[in-house]
Ligand binder design. Structure first.
Ligand SMILES: *Cc1c(COP(=O)(O)O)cnc(C)c1O
Ligand code: SF4
Length: 344
C-alpha cells in the first residue's frame, strides 16, 4: 500500500519537527503520496527530501503558482500551446507519488482526474488543425496512472488524428512505480507505434532512483524502439553536487537513457527550499561538463517567469573578439582555463 498520511509515515521513519508540522493548518496544496517502490529508499536523504513533505512548503511566500503562465497559453481545456511547433497535453493531474518540488502544483494532485474522451478529441482536433505542431508532450500528472483501456483510447485518438506528430510519453512512473509497465500495457503502446515515433521522457533526479526494476521498465521501451531521455530538476539537498550528477549521468547512459535537461527549479510557490542559486547551478554545469561526454551532458535550463519560455544556461567559453597582430580574432577560454585565439 502506498503511503498517504503522516501517521503511516511515522511508522516507517522518524519524522522531524518540520515534517510533522506539514499541513498542520491544512495549508498544503499538494497531497502526500509515496509509492511502495519509494518506501525502502526513504532512508536516503535525497529521496526523503523529494517525497516527504515539510512545513517549509507552506512558509514559502516568494513563489508563483503558475510561473510559466501555462494557463494563458491554453489551446484547449487540457492543451498548452506555448511554443509554435510543440504543445503539451495534460493527460491527468494524478501521479503515483507526489514530488514535493513539483512545478505544476497549480494543477497536480487536485483529483480532477484523467482527460475525458471529449477533451482528448478536442486537443487532437486542435493539433491536427495546427500543422506547425510537430511534437506533443503527453504529460500531467502521469500518463501511466491512466488505466490500460484509457491509454489505449487516448493513443487511438491522437495517433488516428495526428499520425505525423511525435508524441513524448512523459512519466516518472518508471522510477516510482516500475511494476506498472506490464506486458499488456507495453502491447498497447506497441500497437500504436505506426507513423511518427514515440519518445520516452523520464524524470530521475538521483542515482539511487535507477533501481533494477526502474532500469527494466525503461528497457521495455528502448527494446521496443522508443528512445529514452531524462529530465532532472536541480534540487538543493538532493543532487546539487557534482559527484551526484556525474553518477546520475553515468547510470542513465548505462540504462540507455540520454540526459536531456537539468532544470533550474522553477519559482513555484511551496518549493523555494529546493532552490539552488543560479550562480551555483552555472558552476555545477561547468564542472560536470568537464567530466562528462557529450552524450552524458544534460542542458541546464531555466523556464522564465511570466511565460518567458525555456532558456539554456551555460558557461560561455566565447570571450568576444580581439585584435592580435593587426587582425581580428575570436577569443576563447579552453575547458582547462587557458586562452586561445581562433582565426576569423
Ligand atoms: C518544456 C515545454 C515543451 C517542450 O520543450 P522542449 O524544449 O522541446 O523540450 C513544450 N511545451 C511546453 C508548455 C513546455 O513547458
Ligand atoms: S511526477 Fe511530475 S507532475 Fe507528478 S508530482 Fe512529480 S513533478 Fe509533479
Amino acid at each position: 500500500m502506498a503511503i498517504t498520511t503522516l501517521e503511516e509515515l511515522k511508522g516507517i521513519i522518524n519524522l522531524t519537527e518540520d515534517e510533522k508540522a506539514w499541513d498542520a493548518d491544512g495549508a498544503s496544496t499538494l497531497p502526500l503520496l509515496i509509492s511502495n517502490d519509494m518506501i525502502p529508499l526513504l532512508s536516503c536523504d535525497a529521496i526523503r527530501r523529494q517525497f516527504v513533505p515539510t512545513a517549509a512548503e507552506n512558509r514559502d511566500t516568494i513563489g508563483f503558482l503558475d510561473p510559466q503562465e501555462e494557463a494563458k497559453n491554453q489551446g484547449t481545456e487540457r492543451l498548452v500551446h506555448r511554443y509554435r511547433n510543440r504543445a503539451a497535453f495534460f493527460t491527468t493531474d494524478c501521479c503515483f507519488a507526489y514530488c514535493r518540488h513539483c512545478f505544476r502544483r497549480r494543477f497536480t494532485g487536485h483529483l480532477s482526474g484523467p482527460a475525458t474522451e471529449k477533451e482528448i478529441n478536442e486537443a487532437a482536433d486542435y493539433i491536427a488543425s495546427h500543422g506547425e505542431i510537430k511534437e506533443v508532450l503527453l504529460t500531467g500528472g502521469d500518463l501511466f496512472t491512466l488505466s490500460d483501456s484509457h491509454i489505449d483510447m487516448l493513443l487511438s485518438i491522437f495517433k488516428g488524428k495526428c499520425p505525423n506528430v511525435i508524441f513524448r510519453l512523459c512519466t516518472r512512473a518508471v522510477a516510482v512505480n516500475p511494476g506498472r509497465f506490464t506486458p499488456s500495457l507495453m502491447g498497447i503502446i506497441k500497437k500504436h507505434m505506426k507513423g511518427a515515433p514515440f519518445f520516452l521522457m523520464t524524470q530521475f533526479n538521483h542515482p539511487v532512483e535507477l533501481t533494477e526494476k526502474a532500469i527494466k521498465a525503461v528497457s521495455m521501451f528502448v527494446d521496443a524502439g522508443i528512445p529514452a531521455f531524462n529530465q532532472s530538476v536541480l534540487l538543493k539537498g538532493v543532487n546539487d553536487a557534482e559527484d551526484v550528477l556525474i553518477e546520475l549521468s553515468d547510470r542513465l547512459l548505462a540504462a540507455r537513457i540520454k540526459p536531456y535537461y537539468l532544470f533550474q527549479d522553477d519559482p513555484v510557490k511551496g518549493t523555494s527550499h529546493f532552490r539552488v542559486p543560479i550562480e551555483r547551478g552555472l558552476e555545477i554545469e561547468k564542472n560536470i561538463r568537464a567530466e562528462l561526454s557529450g552524450l552524458g551532458m544534460p542542458q541546464y535550463t531555466a523556464d522564465l517567469p511570466e511565460g518567458g519560455g525555456k532558456v539554456i544556461l551555460t558557461y560561455s567559453y566565447y570571450k568576444g573578439t580581439v585584435t592580435k597582430d593587426g587582425k581580428e580574432r575570436y577569443l576563447f577560454e579552453t575547458p582547462d582555463g587557458e586562452l586561445r585565439y581562433y582565426p576569423e
